[in-house]
Structure formats: structure tokens, C-alpha cells
Design a protein around this ligand. Structure first.
Ligand SMILES: [Ca+2]
Length: 383
């Protein structure tokens, strides 16, 4: 079993590396989709306040899988409903590891932390034969079901045939982050869910896996909730390729510390150190400096935090880019910059479309924002 998991992780990390070469789109300096409503709160931000997208401190790398090999085994994605509504469809990230297994995916109520053992509405599930290609799997429920904000539910996955014709695999994050990335009340922060987890059943008892789940709940009115990323990925920083996060904060901040999750890449030692910049929507550099010396970094991803010489003001509703660069380094793969991507739906990723991973291949002349990805980052308000 361990060998299987490692093979899958290796396969997934190969996918991650190919993404490094993805070309940014050419929507330079445009704010996100103008049809998207930008939320402005103008909340009073206290000194020392920290915000950003650290799921699990951002340091646990990679993906994992949970297997279902026979009808005794089940997997649950436990979550607290963020919304009330009528659920019509469930989405998970699953595939056939071997054979052509057919699984049932549905909703159950909670009973003391575990699934209750019966489908809501009698048949609030869908059945699907999993493909061997990895991807989001969507099932329509046989019967729609109302769920209530604040209540705990389980998306239960089990064999729909006996014996199971193969091995089903659910992809999860290794990270024990228990949050939905998008918080409709305040896009600047995560929506924490202390009850979120992955549970697995071996035929005897339920066990918590402490993994960050991948799932989306779709309501009859078209709204969605869940954790829509499916890939822990890295982007390269070198030469004219800079990477960072675009943000349109919902409140005013006076930022004095910036942190990203970075590492040395796979090439030889970079010639230049890493620098940071904060730019506004006109591409003007508001502040810049050294982000990390080469000697500070290793091949393992780690938080690097810098204190700005003078705090920089980020105004609610205005677009900013916070980026890292190494302009005198001419080795591709010199530095890696980490984030999460392949969002099932970009509007329920971290910060919705107000926050997006950004990159340039032209030394900052034009920028391409990536609605389906967000950097791992942290900002601290001045004290
Ligand atoms: Ca986002």
C-alpha cells in the first residue's frame, strides 16, 4: 500500500513540474473579470494582524491518496456546511488506480464525528465508474437534499459493487489544513472548519486521516462551497520570470512583513539572490528589497519572511502585486515558489478572484494572472 501511495505521489509531482513551463496569459495589468463583484469590507485591521493563504503553515509538500479496495472500505470527507441550500451535485477528485471500480458518492449526516450510516433522503448519492485518468469527478444525486449552514456532514465514498472491480483512489493533500479557501464574509482570510477531515473505514472502525480534502458541494441555485484545489505546485523564478500574488484586499492594510514559501530549484546555484517587490495597479513599484540570500535556502520548501524598511499601505478595492524575482540569475529552475492550483472553480479558491497567482515572463512589463491558482503567502500588518 505504501509503495502504491509513493508511486502516485511521484506521478503527481511530475505533473507539477510540467506546469512550470505554463505561459502566463496576456491580460496585463487588467483587474480580474469585471463581472466579478469585488467585495470591500473596510474592516479595522489591528496592529500585528496576519492574513494570507497558509493552509497548514504551507510547509507540508505534495499530495496523497486514500484507497478503496473492497466493499468493506469507505472514505468520508467530513465538513461543516458554510451555506444552507439544496444540494444537487457532489464533486471529488478520484480515479481508478487499478481496474474499473464503480463507486457510490453521497451525503450522510454526522453521528459523533462519523458518518451516520444511512444516506440522507434515502438516496442522496450518485454512482459512477471511475476513469483511470485523474481528475474531478462529479455525481448528480439521485435525490436532492437540503443541508444547513453550521451542521457537520459527510461526503461518503464506497464500493457500489461487490467485489469491487479494481481499486478506487481519492486524491487529498498531505497537509492537515482544515479550511475552505474562500470566505464569503471576508475574502482576505480563510473560512476555518475545525471539523473538516478525511476519515477512512477499514470494515471495523473509522479513523481520522488528518489530510486536507478536495471536494465541492453544488447547490440548486448554482452556488458552490468546498476546497477546490487539486495540486500543490511550484513555479520557477529566474531572469525575467517573476512570480507572486495579485490581491485586491477587502480592507485597508499597512503591511510591514511579507512571507512566501520558497526553495532552491533543481538547477545549479543561482547567480543572484531573491528580491521582492510590491507593485500597484499602474505597475509602479511601491517598495522593494532583498527577499532571501542564496545561502538561506535549501531544496526543501520553507517560509521566508522579510520586514519592509517602511510599511506599505494596501487600500481596499485596489489591485496590488507582491512578487519575488532574481533578475541576474540565468538558470531556469533556479528558485521555486509554491502555491496551490487546478481549482475546480476559481471563485471558491482563496480570496475568490480578488486574489490570484501572478507571473511575468518579461521582467514585469506585462503580467498574467492565474484565476485557478493562489500563492502560499502571509502578510503582517504594522505594529
Ligand atoms: Ca484566488
Amino acid at each position: 500500500m505504501l509503495t502504491l501511495a509513493i508511486l502516485v505521489i511521484l506521478a503527481i509531482s511530475v505533473v507539477g513540474v510540467t506546469l512550470l513551463l505554463r505561459q502566463p496569459s496576456d491580460n496585463s495589468n487588467n483587474p480580474p473579470n469585471p463581472n466579478y463583484h469585488v467585495k470591500i469590507l473596510n474592516k479595522q485591521i489591528p496592529p500585528g494582524y496576519v492574513m494570507g493563504f497558509p493552509v497548514d503553515a504551507g510547509l507540508i509538500n505534495g499530495m496523497n491518496v486514500v484507497f478503496i479496495q473492497n466493499p468493506n472500505q469507505k472514505v468520508s470527507i467530513r465538513f461543516t456546511a458554510k451555506l444552507s441550500g439544496t444540494v444537487t451535485k457532489l464533486v471529488i477528485y478520484a480515479f481508478a488506480y487499478e481496474g474499473q471500480p464503480t463507486v457510490r458518492i453521497g451525503l450522510q449526516e454526522d453521528n459523533g464525528g462519523n458518518p451516520k450510516g444511512q444516506w440522507m433522503s434515502g438516496n442522496a448519492f450518485g454512482t459512477i465508474q471511475l476513469p483511470s485518468s485523474q481528475g474531478f469527478i462529479s455525481v448528480q444525486l439521485q435525490s436532492d437534499v437540503a443541508i444547513t449552514k453550521g451542521q457537520v456532514y459527510h461526503i461518503l465514498v464506497e464500493a457500489a459493487e461487490g467485489p469491487l472491480n479494481g481499486t478506487a483512489a481519492l486524491r487529498t493533500y498531505q497537509a492537515n489544513g482544515f479550511a475552505q479557501p474562500f470566505n464569503p464574509d471576508d475574502p482576505d482570510i480563510l473560512w476555518n472548519d475545525t471539523r473538516m477531515n478525511i476519515l477512512s473505514y477499514d470494515g471495523q472502525s473509522w479513523q481520522k486521516q488528518d489530510k486536507w480534502p478536495i471536494f465541492v458541494v453544488s447547490y440548486s441555485d448554482g452556488t458552490l462551497e468546498g476546497q477546490p484545489y487539486s495540486l500543490a505546485a511550484q513555479w520557477v523564478v529566474w531572469g525575467a520570470t517573476y512570480v507572486g500574488q495579485t490581491l485586491i484586499p477587502a480592507s485597508d492594510y499597512r503591511v510591514e512583513k511579507i512571507a512566501f514559501d520558497v526553495s532552491l530549484g533543481s538547477s545549479d546555484a543561482p547567480q543572484d539572490k531573491l528580491y521582492y517587490q510590491v507593485r500597484d495597479s499602474t505597475n509602479k513599484i511601491l517598495t522593494e528589497g532583498v527577499f532571501a540570500e542564496r545561502s538561506q535556502l535549501t531544496a526543501s520548501q520553507a517560509w521566508v519572511e522579510v520586514t519592509l524598511p517602511t510599511p506599505v499601505t494596501l487600500k481596499a478595492g485596489k489591485l496590488y502585486r507582491i512578487i519575488v524575482l532574481s533578475p541576474q540569475t540565468d538558470l531556469a529552475n533556479a528558485y521555486y515558489f509554491y502555491g496551490h492550483e487546478f481549482s475546480y472553480n476559481s471563485t471558491i479558491g482563496y480570496g475568490g478572484l480578488q486574489y490570484q497567482l501572478t507571473s511575468t515572463l518579461s521582467g514585469g512589463a506585462t503580467w498574467g494572472d492565474n484565476p485557478d491558482a493562489d500563492a502560499i503567502f502571509k502578510l503582517t500588518n504594522a505594529r
